[in-house]
Design a protein around this ligand. Structure first.
Ligand SMILES: NC(=O)CC[C@H](N)C(=O)O
Length: 358
């Protein structure tokens, strides 16, 4: 049987069964999602992370490309109690090491106690514990991946739905999930996907009704250009953001962000809307959070489990952001109306800008 070793920060090594060979290192995190493994594994926000599934069986309904959020697998390695043949073969074909038959309860408990941590993985016929420890040794902290945006963003601008006659959206691609783009297209928007480091001039050339900052991996403070775009456009252009996008908007408008101990990753995170009193179930995948929104933003929704900010609106600016993933994929679709809300915000603003025609 193929050897598999997972070396945790601090030097503890866990043994498992190798399902896809290779060596890897990354930030060890867990998701409690019990379905949606194809979407999670292709979510660019997992770049530079090693993903542990706490749900014991992963792969039970196969692997289908139409459920992918991007064209490749993003976690550096995958851990689960039991991986099916389909998923193991897919990960092997993608060159992503995979390990199963380990005690994922132990791994999850370690992460909950110690926080998201560095880890090293070695899987193969001849690998040893030392190979996993050597990977751990080279593992960088997530915040040190200062150029992570370049690993997940488009290189050149792309236009989707050019013939749509709805709002024009400039989507800053910090690692956008495909279903954010499709959720906008379904609502008749035309979507200009711009690189994570797009210039002010590149956004001006689109003349957007809405500046939309996507989800993405890593520490929001490393997305300096996206932060300055929000600063540059917020007075004149409505701004929306999802996950990393919420964090970038807060950083731009005088707020602060911080790293959480182990974050929120799953498909049943309860979120309370402070105005309506309604609770919705949400999909989440983040390790950073807004610490202080700053004087221009107000918190409108919070996580029921730990009170962290989940929804933020502008006070004097047209801004709506969410920490969770309203596009779902995977997960519940309770929050799709976010896309209606941000496009309505953009439409109202663009109508105000056009003088009445009488
Ligand atoms: N899904 C995301 O956009 C993740 C945002 C950020 N990388 C975090 O971990 O908090």
């Amino acid at each position: 049987m193929t050897e598999a070793y997972v070396a945790l920060e601090g030097g503890h090594v866990i043994e498992g069964r190798g399902r896809a060979p290779g060596t890897a290192r990354g930030e060890l995190v867990f998701t409690t999602a019990y379905s949606g493994y194809e979407e999670s594994l292709t979510d660019p926000s997992y770049e530079e992370q090693v993903l542990t599934f706490s749900y014991p069986l992963i792969g039970n309904y196969g692997v289908r490309e139409e459920r992918f959020e991007d064209d490749r697998v993003h976690p550096r390695a995958v851990l689960a109690k039991e991986l099916t043949e389909d998923v193991a073969d897919w990960l092997a074909s993608e060159g992503v090491p995979a390990v199963d038959h380990l005690d994922t309860r132990e791994v999850v408990t370690d992460i909950r106690d110690g926080g998201a941590m560095k880890c090293g993985i070695a899987v193969g016929d001849d690998v040893t514990e030392e190979d996993a420890l050597a990977e751990l040794e080279q593992c960088e902290a997530m915040s040190d991946h200062t150029e992570i945006g370049a690993q997940v963003s488009v290189d050149e601008a792309e236009v989707h739905g050019a013939d749509n006659d709805g709002e024009t959206v400039a989507l800053i691609d910090c690692g956008a999930k495909g279903s954010i783009i499709s959720s906008l297209l379904e609502r008749n928007a035309s979507v200009h996907v711009l690189p994570y480091d797009a210039s002010v001039e590149a956004v001006e050339a689109v003349d957007p009704d809405l500046l939309f900052i996507s989800n993405g991996p890593g520490d929001p403070v490393n997305f300096e250009q996206a932060i300055s775009l929000v600063e540059a456009f917020v007075e004149d252009t409505p701004v929306a953001g999802i996950c990393l996008g919420q964090q970038i908007v807060a950083e731009a408008l005088g707020g602060t962000t911080e790293k959480m101990t182990f974050g929120h990753r799953g498909v049943n995170q309860p979120v309370l809307d402070l105005e309506s009193g309604q609770v919705v179930m949400t999909t989440q995948n983040h390790g950073y959070t807004v610490a202080e929104p700053g004087e221009h933003l107000e918190i409108t929704q919070i996580n029921v489990n730990d009170d962290t900010p989940e929804g933020i609106d502008g006070i004097e600016y047209d801004v709506i952001t969410r920490q969770y993933h309203p596009e779902a994929n995977p997960g519940p679709e309770d929050t799709l109306d976010f896309f209606d809300d941000v496009l309505a915000m953009a439409e109202t603003r663009s109508q105000q800008a056009v003088p009445a025609d009488d």
